[in-house]
Design a binder for this molecule. Structure first.
Ligand SMILES: Nc1nc2c(c(=O)[nH]1)N[C@H]1C(S)=C(S)[C@@H](COP(=O)(O)OP(=O)(O)OC[C@H]3O[C@@H](n4cnc5c(N)ncnc54)[C@H](O)[C@@H]3O)O[C@H]1N2
Ligand code: MOO
Length: 324
């Protein structure tokens, strides 16, 4: 409701429209925007532009100012891995408190965005983020928000975290490199350096590399050696396609207790394999990982670095957007 009041009585009230200040030859522009909450210090400025009375918006009992709404929206999403900015023009940003994997409960996020008058916008889920990076923006759309909408929001946002950043766990990675051409020294290994550079952003440590011939038993033995050394993640490079010398998939199956998938809906990298041997993560990486900037491997790596265990259903959803 719009109401006229004396400026002296306006502290804490909300302006119903923009107020313009003109200093001839110097300045013409907005002194205060619609929705601005009037403070004690604003009074002389208002009187100086000749405003002894102003129109203010008075929230009805069931309404909240946009900044109060945004603050409640932020509080409902509070989590140790997030830092929130102060509300401004009905908006709050959430920033990552540390490096890690952004995880969004997408179903509940969608439900919030169906309420109306309140929006939560995030970076894509299961993406690596850096400390201080803005990962979500929360906004109340109208100047005055129906408290029932905020209450509905709080019901959905409560409980399990809706937005969070999982820390990277400093897991160790062993690399088994196959290929007679590398083993026999006909070409220089490119997989070792390539993988080492890819580990760095996710806090992963390099536990070493074993280079073996295209022999099933040799590959299995090298994987088992890394298991014995307690590597958290073991990568087998090359030999992942369909030639007679491609022994990696069978070697991985021999060691695995669960094969999640061999073949995933991402290009390039469709010949990647993901499996587990108990808690140990096993991956078979095709040759394209050396060559292409981004492959299926770059989607799996931050997830396992944060301790997630990607499932077949999750990987099946890579297809939409998986054409890299
Ligand atoms: N009939 C089919 N052929 C291929 C398919 C397919 O589905 N059906 N998939 C293709 C895809 S996709 C990829 S990716 C490649 C790679 O598969 P591999 O993992 O078997 O790769 P390799 O044959 O072992 O090597 C390919 C290429 O890269 C060189 N290489 C391998 N390891 C190293 C290393 N450590 N350092 C340097 N260079 C390396 C290797 O010498 C070959 O030149 O298969 C397609 N074919
Ligand atoms: O696996 Mo290939 O790995 O799609 O380029």
């Amino acid at each position: 409701m719009k109401r006229e009041i004396r400026v002296e009585d306006a502290v804490g009230m909300v302006l119903a429209h923009d107020l313009t200040r003109i200093v001839p030859g110097e300045f013409k522009g907005r002194l205060f925007a619609k929705g601005h909450r009037i403070s004690e210090e604003d009074l002389p400025k208002l009187l100086a532009i000749g405003k002894e009375h102003i129109f203010v918006l008075e929230p009805e009992a069931h309404e909240l100012h946009e900044d109060d709404a945004a603050e409640r929206m932020a509080r409902a999403l509070s989590h140790e891995s997030l830092r929130f900015t102060e509300p401004n023009e009905g908006k709050v940003n959430a920033k990552a408190a540390h490096d890690g994997l952004l995880v969004i409960d997408v179903e509940r996020l969608d439900a919030i965005n169906e309420i109306g008058d309140v929006v939560v916008v995030t970076k894509p889920t299961r993406q690596a983020v850096r400390a201080g990076q803005t990962v979500a923006g929360l906004r109340a759309i109208p100047l005055l928000v129906d408290a029932a909408k905020i209450a509905a929001y709080e019901v959905i946002a409560g409980g399990e975290p809706l937005v969070r950043v999982l820390p990277f766990l400093k897991r160790s990675v062993g690399v088994v490199t196959t290929g007679s051409e590398v083993f026999k020294g006909r070409i220089t290994d490119k997989f070792g350096p390539r993988i080492q550079e890819k580990l760095v952003p996710f806090g992963l440590t390099f536990a070493g590399q074993r280079i073996v011939d295209d022999q099933m038993d040799d590959i299995v033995e090298a994987i088992r050696a890394f298991q014995a050394e307690k590597a958290d993640i073991i990568l087998v490079t090359g030999g992942m396609s369909v030639d007679p010398d491609d022994r990696s998939p069978l070697a991985l199956r021999t060691v695995a207790t669960e094969v999640v998938t061999y073949g995933m809906p991402v290009l390039p990298g469709s010949m990647t394999m993901l499996a587990y041997a108990g808690e140990t993560v096993l991956m078979g990486l095709p040759g394209c990982v050396i060559y292409d900037e981004v492959t299926a491997f770059d989607w799996l790596l931050p997830r396992v670095a944060a301790g997630l265990r990607p499932t077949r259903a999750e990987i099946a959803r890579f297809g939409c957007g998986g054409l890299l």
